[in-house]
Design a binder for this molecule. Structure first.
Ligand code: ATP
Ligand code: MN
Length: 300
């Protein structure tokens, strides 16, 4: 039986507001909760209805940090949860679901420094609604990731698929394609392998399907396992638990040659929310496409 959720409070208390979370750039817990309030309108649509994995760092980025999937048992009753069966772990896991700014503030107060939603929504956990391309540059060269992203975007456009590109806040880029909920995890991973094959056919010097690192020879492998119900990707507007406070930020394809991951931080992003990247991502979730057969069949 569905439990009725309590309404979120109008105001979420910030405990120990002066605690430094990103000490090198002077960001306290109060500052972080304020940041989350500033991005809530744009960030919540990409979190809503999705099981959420957190990177917690209770003492800030200098302290220990860990991925957290199971919701803390002290979470207040108004925080939404979704239960996912985990037969391998021998028990079910209750995940946080962030549907509103209040939950976002509560997560900030918990020092959840990174937000990693699943590419599935709670009412249909076995049918992903996001197709994800994770571009990790070889040798940490962002320019190489940008070049691969341009190729991926070219192929997606030729297939008639709408997509968004964002920095990860780390070293590379993510490309996200909203899709109809028709394919299971295996089919989606086949599509990801197919996309890699199509891109690699154009630039075999840049991209490979090769899983073995030693055989990649400086080329980029687009990991199909980033897709499916058990995967996550860092949310747009989520910061990273790194000393420089970089943020995963939506950009335009045309900006790939000019931006750097370090352009987008907890300090700069609140002033950039009216720019073209965020505007494009605002409507992106509604552009649900059907992946073409050509993509599903293109794999190795
Ligand atoms: P970068 O651009 O530096 O690669 P990234 O966020 O893409 O940053 P990856 O290591 O490529 O980092 O991982 C891709 C995604 O997979 C992450 O955004 C994260 O959601 C998820 N992920 C990676 N490592 C873990 C982990 N140990 N536990 C849970 N999820 C993880
Ligand atoms: Mn990556």
């Amino acid at each position: 039986m569905a439990r009725r959720r309590l309404r979120p409070p109008a105001d979420v208390e910030v405990t120990r507001p002066d605690k430094p979370l990103w000490p090198e750039i002077g960001v306290t817990k109060r500052d972080y909760v304020d940041y989350l309030a500033a991005v809530a309108d744009l960030a919540v649509p990409w979190l809503r209805d999705r099981p959420l994995t957190l990177v917690r760092a209770p003492d800030g980025v200098g302290g220990k940090r860990y991925f957290q999937k199971a919701i803390s048992d002290y979470a207040p009753p108004w925080i939404r949860r979704v239960t996912i069966e985990a037969p391998s772990a021998g028990r079910d896991v209750d995940y946080v679901v962030c549907d509103d700014a209040a939950t976002l503030a509560w997560l900030g107060n918990q020092a959840a420094l990174e937000l990693h939603p699943a590419p599935v929504r709670a009412d249909r956990l076995d049918r992903p609604d996001l197709f994800v391309v994770d571009i990790d540059p070889p040798d940490d060269a962002f320019e190489a990731a940008a070049e691969v992203a341009r190729l991926v975007l070219e192929v997606l456009e030729e297939l008639g698929l709408e997509s968004g590109v964002k920095t990860t806040g780390g070293k590379g880029l993510h490309i996200v394609v909203p899709i109809e909920r028709r394919l299971d995890d295996d089919a989606l991973r086949a599509a990801a392998a197919g996309l890699t094959s199509m891109v690699a056919a154009r630039r075999p010097d840049l991209v490979t399907n090769e899983f073995r690192k030693a055989k990649r020879a400086g080329r980029v492998m687009l990991d199909p396992s980033r897709n499916g119900g058990g995967a996550t990707i860092v949310a747009p507007y989520s910061p990273r638990a790194r000393p420089d406070g970089t943020v995963s930020f939506p950009i335009l394809p045309a900006e790939l040659g000019s931006v750097r991951p370090g352009d987008f931080t907890l300090h700069t992003v609140p002033g950039m929310l009216d720019s073209e990247g965020p505007r494009r991502w605002r409507g992106l979730l509604e552009a649900r496409a059907r992946l073409p057969r050509a993509l599903l069949d293109a794999g190795p």
